[in-house]
Design a protein around this ligand. Sequence first.
Ligand code: HEC
Ligand code: HEC
Length: 317
Amino acid sequence: MSRERVLHPQRGVAQAALLIAAAIGLCVVLGTLWLQSEPSAERYSEPSVEYGRQLIRDTARNMGPAHEDPTMRYTGTSMDCASCHLDTGTRPGTLSLLQAAQRYPRFSGRDGREGDLRDRINGCMTRSMNGRELDRESVQMRSMEMYIRQLNNQYAVMGETRQMPDEPPTFTEPDRAADVAAGRLVFEANCAVCHGSDGQGLLAAIDRSEGYLFPPLWGPDSFNNGAGMTRLLTAARFIKARMPLGKPDLTDDEAYDVAAYMNSHERPQRPNLEVDYPDLKNKPVDSPYPPYADEFPIEQHRLGPFQPIRDFYRGLE
Ligand code: HEC
Ligand code: HEC
């Protein structure tokens, strides 16, 4: 061990840096948990903002696949909505829910029709959370909607400084195909400490119903292949802005490659994805599953470069 240190001084430095990064991350996570810790899930019979907040923050505990009451098992993963909508959606910037309410109803290219906030929540329920739809009138659905509407009111009175995202400048897409092998190295150096070298995350307790301390990035308990996070550009934008948690410092190239590495793995499969985007011209260039209204290979839709695909569609207009 000591001989190795002498021979590879850089490795010692890299390991120390990783340990420090892990320590910072753990402090961030434990601090958040400590601030937010609460007794176990409570059932509400009337919709409320507070219940909505709990459902979005502690989704696994309230309606996860290991819930003691089988009728309350709505999500297919033990992740939380807040695994992606950080700080329960209250933080301005990438995947914030502060302004979501005012964006609906609106046209969804994926569904080929106009949808409201409840439809959008069910979109994340069935894709990002790999679960089943909530009844539109259920206490759970109405509570989450109330909470998201409340965030919108909160945002309106926040004042300009607090509305500003505290995150790195937005992601600029590299003009090349993403490099999965390079992404693996980025993952090992920056992500594995928390998400695990196998990407499977770390449960908060032995009991899955308590959810994750670090959510999985792929595998059977992650978001499914119809989720927005499986799009390379969506994932890279999120990763650049938010990860590593508490210290987002990746370059555009690193974020792009590590997103490709993450999405090169197996995850739950959603049936009937071919009916998404009834008008295929509305399909995002980085949508990773066919069919397409163009002749570019599927690999290019998954890994880029995307500009030639955009240029093709612009030519059709
Ligand atoms: C310090 C620990 C830590 C590190 C390092 C870290 N993450 Fe995360 N990551 C988290 C936590 C915790 C969450 C869930 C958000 C929360 O609970 O606030 C998360 C959420 C995510 C999510 C969304 C949820 C999911 O499971 O899909 C993605 C994607 C992600 N991280 C990717 C990465 C990538 C890529 C890296 C490396 C560049 C990385 N993370 C590094 C802790 C970390
Ligand atoms: C794996 C990550 C992930 C998880 C988990 C997740 N979402 Fe999302 N969510 C996304 C992405 C990606 C988008 C799309 C953002 C975009 O349109 O660019 C999104 C969009 C949304 C929107 C629309 C936001 C807007 O401003 O238009 C709402 C509302 C939403 N999610 C709610 C939820 C709820 C409620 C849950 C839990 C039941 C959840 N999400 C779980 C990734 C996630």
